[in-house]
Design a protein around this ligand. Structure first.
Ligand code: F0G
Length: 468
C-alpha cells in the first residue's frame, strides 16, 4: 500500500469529531474532550468518522481480513484490525486483550425451535472476559490512557464491571465499579475482584448506580466507561464489520440482540450504517431488540409509537418512561432507565426492525435450546432466540430469511441459573398488580437434571438405555 493511501486511512480516524445525535442541536466537539453527553443540550454523543476519506482507500475489506492472520498486537485484536474506522492515531497506547474475532455458529436446533430454516449465532461470550463488553472496553480504556485519567469507573449489572476491571488492570489504571448489591451473578462479581477493581456494592438497583455515575462525571481524574461514553460504542460497532466479513459481506436479513442499557444495539446500528455509507454493503439488516418482560421500558415505548413515528427518519421521542423496579432473572438486563435508548431506537427505526418482550419462561427455554446446539450462553443472550421465535410466529421474520442472533455472554457467567433450570428449582419473583412480589416457578421444558447412578457398569448402561 502506498504511503499516501496509508495516510488517508489514518487521517479518517484522527479527524473524527464527537457530535450530538439530536438533529436540532448537532453540536460538534473535539475527540479529546472529556465529555459524555452534549455540553450544549444534554443529548447523546457519537463519534463521526469522515468516511469520505476512507472511500478512496482500495481493498479495505481485504486489508482487514489479512490482519486477522498477523501476530502484531493491533492486528490480532478483532477491534483494532478495523482501525481505519476508529478515532485514534496509529501511535495510540492501545490497551488490548485480543478481543473480538468471535465465532459465528450454525444452530440447527435453535433454528427449528424458532421456526426458521437456519439460524446463526454470533457468540460474543467468546471474548477475553466472556462477554461482548470487551470490544468496547479496549477503545474506552485506550481513550482513558490518552486523556491521562487516573481512575476508570462504571455502573454495571456485572459484565461491564468485569470487562473494565480487566482492561484497567492491563492499563495500570485504578478501577472502581458500582454494582447493585445482591443483584449480580457471583461469577461476574468474582471476576471483578480477581482483576483488582474496587468493588462498591450499592444499596440500590442498576439505575441508582447509573445516576451516581453521572454525578461522578464532572471529576476530571475520573473517566466513565459506561456505554454512554461514545468511545465504547466505537469498539463495539466493529462486531458488525466482523459479522459481515463472516457472512462473506452478504447482509443478513435480520440481526437480533438483547436490550438492556442499549449500547449494543446502538453500536450495531452505527457499524452497519458506516459500512453502508462506505459502500461496502448495499442495504442494512433489520435490527431487532429483545427485552425481558419485567425490564422493558423501550419495548413499551416502541409499542406505543404512532404509525407516523415508525419511520426511518421520524423524530425521536423526547422522553422514555422508566420502569421503577425492573425485574428479570436475566440480571444482565435488569435495567429500567436505559441511557442509550435514543440511539438504539434510531437504529431500529432506520432498519425497520422491532422491539419486543419475552417472558422469563421463554428466556429459560430458549437458553436451554441454545445449549442443545452445544453453545452456552447466559440468560440475557437467550432473549434473542426467544424473541426470534415470537417474531417468526408473528410473521415479522420469514422462515427462509437469514437471521443472526448476537449472544452477549458465556454460560459460565451465570451457572446457578442453568443449574436451577435443569434441576427444576428456578423461580422468579414477579410483581403483582398490588405492587407486591409473587414467586412464580419456571418449568424446564428441556430439563436435564443429573441422576444418581450406582458405581457399576450395569447401572450406567441401564441409565443410557432409559434415557435413549
Ligand atoms: N447481554 C449481556 C450479557 C449484558 O451484560 C448486557 C448488559 C446486555 C446483554 C445488554 O446490553 O446494555 O448494551 O443493551 N450489561 C451491562 C453491564 C448493563 O453492566 O454489564 P446493552
Amino acid at each position: 500500500m502506498s504511503d499516501a493511501i496509508a495516510k488517508t486511512a489514518q487521517k479518517a480516524g484522527t479527524t473524527a469529531v464527537q457530535r450530538c445525535i439530536l438533529p436540532a442541536c448537532a453540536a460538534q466537539f473535539g475527540i479529546r474532550e472529556q465529555i459524555y453527553v452534549c455540553p450544549r443540550c444534554g443529548g447523546p454523543l457519537e463519534i463521526e468518522i469522515p468516511l469520505e476519506l476512507l472511500k478512496s482507500v482500495p481493498d479495505l475489506r481485504e486489508r482487514w481480513q489479512a490482519r486477522a492472520a498477523s501476530h502484531a498486537p493491533r492486528d490480532r485484536s478483532g477491534v483494532w484490525r478495523f482501525r481505519e474506522t476508529l478515532p485514534f492515531d496509529t501511535d495510540a497506547p492501545v490497551v488490548t486483550l485480543f478481543e473480538g474475532n468471535t465465532p459465528l455458529y450454525d444452530a440447527p436446533r435453535s433454528a427449528k425451535y424458532a421456526g426458521l430454516t437456519a439460524l446463526r449465532l454470533k457468540h460474543q461470550g467468546c471474548n477475553p472476559t466472556a462477554s461482548f463488553k470487551d470490544t468496547g472496553m479496549t477503545t474506552a480504556v485506550t481513550q482513558a490512557k490518552l486523556l491521562g485519567a487516573r481512575t476508570v469507573v462504571c455502573a454495571s449489572t456485572g459484565n461491564t464491571a468485569a470487562s473494565l476491571a480487566a482492561y484497567a488492570a492491563r492499563a495500570e489504571l485504578q478501577c472502581a465499579i458500582l454494582l447493585p448489591q445482591g443483584q449480580i451473578s457471583p461469577a461476574k462479581l468474582a471476576q471483578s475482584m480477581d482483576y483488582g477493581a474496587i468493588v462498591c456494592e450499592i444499596a440500590g438497583n442498576f439505575d441508582d448506580c447509573m445516576r451516581l455515575i453521572s454525578e461522578l462525571s464532572d471529576v476530571p481524574s475520573i473517566y466513565i466507561a459506561n456505554s454512554i461514553n461514545p468511545f465504547r460504542i466505537e469498539g463495539q460497532k466493529t462486531v458488525a464489520f466482523e459479522l459481515l466479513e463472516q457472512c462473506g459481506w452478504r447482509v443478513p436479513d435480520h440481526v437480533v440482540v438483547p436490550g438492556g442499557n442499549m449500547g449494543n444495539s446502538s453500536a450495531l446500528g452505527k457499524g452497519f450504517d458506516e459500512m453502508l455509507r462506505l459502500g461496502l454493503i448495499d442495504r442494512l439488516p433489520k435490527i431487532s431488540v429483545i427485552q425481558a418482560e419485567g425490564s422493558a421500558p423501550l419495548a413499551r415505548l416502541f409499542a406505543g409509537l404512532k404509525p407516523s413515528q415508525i419511520s426511518a427518519d421520524a423524530a425521536l421521542p423526547d422522553e422514555i418512561a422508566p420502569i421503577a423496579n425492573p425485574r428479570t432473572l436475566a440480571t444482565a438486563i435488569r435495567i429500567g432507565a436505559p441511557v442509550s435508548w435514543k440511539k438504539a431506537l434510531r437504529a431500529v427505526l432506520r432498519t425497520h426492525g422491532s422491539i419486543i418482550t419475552v417472558t422469563e419462561q421463554e428466556i429459560a427455554d430458549a437458553k436451554a435450546i441454545i445449549g442443545r446446539d452445544g453453545i452456552g450462553c447466559e440468560p440475557a443472550s437467550a432473549t434473542t432466540v426467544a424473541g426470534i421465535r415470537k417474531l417468526t410466529a408473528a410473521n415479522k421474520i420469514r422462515a427462509g430469511e437469514s437471521v443472526v442472533a448476537v449472544l452477549t455472554g458465556n454460560v459460565l457467567k451465570d451457572p446457578d441459573y442453568a443449574s436451577n433450570y435443569h434441576r427444576g428449582t428456578l423461580s422468579f419473583e414477579s410483581a403483582t398488580a398490588e405492587g407486591t412480589a409473587k414467586t412464580v416457578p419456571i418449568s424446564g421444558a428441556f430439563r436435564n437434571a443429573p441422576e444418581k447412578v450406582a458405581a457399576n457398569k450395569g447401572a450406567i448402561l441401564k441409565s443410557l438405555e432409559t434415557r435413549r
